[in-house]
Design a protein around this ligand. Structure first.
Ligand code: G4P
Length: 288
């Protein structure tokens, strides 16, 4: 796999986050609920330097609810609070300030014990890989659209705090993390969910990966969507997976001359519908 973030780019991203850590009490680490492993930065513990953290499993509306539950338990075992939510519609978002308060309770209690009557609001920073929903969540928490101009070159803007109720404040520009691409499966999973553009990889290979996974774990909703009759018996037989892709292509009219299936068009259709949740809810990684 040739995809690599330039080391300089990573160092800069990391430095920017660490500068922001000085300003805040709590980190909201945003991950994709369908990919709780691959959508995290593998160096996250090191980068956050022990800051209190809530793991927000965004796009939970698209993920398999049973698998999401297993992940919450897994994170709990690791000593982390994980909160599933859907920033796009706002479901679960109101629990975030509540969880933040719970996590910071000891610190707030200490301030109260010292006679500080009105402890200042909890200051938080959202971090996550591109496309995981950082802007959507910031806008949702702010209750309005915040123009994300801060990280654009040439645009100078001081840090702005966004009030979330009376007890929490959020930095208006999120910390951008990078996923780890060296493992080919991680690259494919990120591409399937739309976290990285499939153009970076080969669209047919990405769709092949998705179809193989759906056949194995979510055959019924997939077959229902495209009225597929025969489940491939041999998953390791590429021809059988390609035959499923062709059946989808025929169903959706992705044809070339001579009635042959346009596999690239079929691949785009599969990925578009999958990402839009048209084949039901799915998770691509389980903790066990
Ligand atoms: P980023 O700042 O982390 O880069 O991500 P951003 O908020 O731009 O969100 C990336 C895409 O994910 C957007 O879709 C957004 O609508 C979608 N999204 C964010 N949160 C959720 C969620 O909880 N559930 C679902 N289903 N989608 C979510 P887009 O196609 O790029 O744009 P648009 O169609 O919303 O215009």
């Amino acid at each position: 796999m040739t995809i690599q973030w330039f080391p300089g780019h990573m160092t800069k991203a990391r430095r920017q986050i660490q500068e922001k850590l000085k300003l805040i009490d709590l980190v909201i680490e945003l991950i994709d609920a369908r990919l709780p492993q691959s959508s995290r930065n593998p160096m996250i513990d090191e980068i956050l330097q022990g800051k209190p953290r809530i793991v927000v499993m965004n796009k939970a509306d698209l993920a398999d609810p049973e698998v999401t539950k297993q992940w919450i338990a897994e994170f709990k075992e690791q000593g982390l609070t994980a909160l599933p939510l859907d920033a796009a519609t706002g479901t679960g978002v109101k629990d975030l300030p509540v969880q933040a308060r719970l996590l910071m309770k000891d610190k707030i209690d200490k301030q109260l014990a010292k006679g500080i009557k009105n402890p200042r609001p909890i200051r938080a920073l959202i971090v996550g890989i591109p496309n995981v929903g950082k802007s959507t969540l910031i806008n949702r928490l702010a209750g309005r659209n915040i123009a994300a101009t801060g990280d654009r070159p040439g645009v100078t803007k001081g840090q702005q705090w966004i009030k979330v109720g009376t007890e929490m404040e959020l930095l208006d520009t999120p910390g951008i993390l990078w996923p780890k691409f060296e493992d080919q499966n991680v690259g494919y999973r990120l591409a399937v969910t739309g976290a990285i553009k499939e153009e970076i990889l080969n669209v047919e290979e990405v769709a092949f990966y998705a179809v193989k996974y759906l056949v194995q774990y979510y055959w019924e909703p997939f077959a229902d969507r495209f009225e597929l009759k025969e489940k491939p018996e041999e998953l390791e037989e590429p021809d059988q997976i390609v035959a499923v892709m062709e059946a989808v292509g025929r169903k959706r009219g992705c044809l070339m001359g001579g009635g042959r299936v346009d596999l690239e068009k079929a691949s785009r259709t599969i990925l578009r519908e999958l990402r839009a949740g048209k084949m039901g809810r799915y998770s691509m990684e389980a903790p066990y």
